[in-house]
Design a protein around this ligand. Structure first.
Ligand SMILES: [Zn+2]
Ligand SMILES: [Zn+2]
Length: 291
């Protein structure tokens, strides 16, 4: 089984950024120009509680976006809505529950993505209680220094959630750009779609045809019927096969400049996700796969 097509292109995307319409520093037009010049082809502007429609731009596909938010005891909840048809802003009830927000996004044809769970202090029990999510941010660029404490990477929290029975969700890496300083242009979600159109990209997102990265490229992940996982990637220093088993033989493959490696699924692994690290310490994350 191959996770990706060998022939379809990947498009560089950011599904989380803010403009002057909420608490971002750039206008919608400046935001689009920034991401276009940084090589992105898909953008969702996700202002807090409002949908921003950026001006048309050659070569850039826009998906409607919003970020809705809730404060619960001991944690905050931020949820991205992407690709909705219709005006979610007027229908969303800030005094409702996160599940109602997810259900509203889905009822409008959008997908709901849980944003920055480590930053929000989301608990595994809370995340297990949600249904209808299409993904979760494993990386959120603004959630680290100098803008925030160092909680950009939610991977350990997600492993705990998944190991304790949480739904395996496809993972996103998004910038969550606000000041457009060191956080902007760091992360990308690489989407493999038939073409650069809204229906094709929404279909790819619903099917999980993407991976998350702050630099390295994942070219292919294949699971053979010998229970071996083969990875092809851009030159890496380490490839790590994380699972719900605290220990597994051979899960950390370390070799300078490798572009291929493999791992035999351990008998205690019930899901596996792949993390690729390059010489600069940047990472790429696959979504978790049930094995
Ligand atoms: Zn947020
Ligand atoms: Zn945000």
């Amino acid at each position: 089984m191959k996770l990706f097509s060998d022939s379809l292109p990947f498009f560089k995307a950011n599904f989380h950024c803010h403009t002057l319409n909420s608490d971002g520093r750039l206008s919608p037009e400046e935001c689009v120009n920034f991401y276009q010049s940084a090589g992105y082809r898909i953008l969702a502007v996700t202002d807090h509680r409002t949908v921003t429609s950026p001006p048309p731009s050659d070569g850039m596909l826009f998906l409607p976006g919003i970020e809705i938010d809730y404060v619960l005891p001991g944690q905050w909840v931020h949820i991205l809505g992407i690709g909705m048809e219709g005006s979610i802003g007027r229908q969303w009830d800030p005094s409702g529950t996160p599940q109602e927000g997810i259900d509203l996004i889905c009822s409008l044809g959008g997908i709901a993505v849980l944003a920055h769970p480590a930053w929000s202090l989301n608990t595994p029990a809370f995340m297990r209680s949600l249904s209808g999510l299409s993904g979760v941010e494993i990386w959120n660029s603004v959630s680290t220094l100098p803008m925030n404490a160092d909680r950009a990477d939610s991977s350990s929290l997600l492993d705990v959630t998944w190991a304790s029975g949480g739904q395996l969700l496809p993972v996103y890496a998004n910038d969550d750009s606000h000041p457009y300083r060191t956080e902007a242009g760091v992360a990308a979600t690489m989407v493999q779609a038939e073409e650069l159109t809204v229906p094709a990209v929404m279909d790819a997102l619903k099917q999980g045809h993407f991976y998350a990265t702050t630099g390295p490229l994942i070219k292919q992940i294949e699971i053979t019927n010998r229970r071996e996982i083969l990875v092809r990637c851009s030159p890496a220093e380490a490839v790590i096969f994380y699972s719900d088993a605290p220990w597994s033989a051979g899960r950390a493959v370390i070799e300078s400049g490798m572009t291929e490696c493999s791992y035999f699924i351990g008998k205690n692994d019930h899901f596996v996700r792949v993390e690729v690290r390059d010489a600069a310490g940047r990472k790429a994350w696959s979504s978790p796969v049930k094995v």
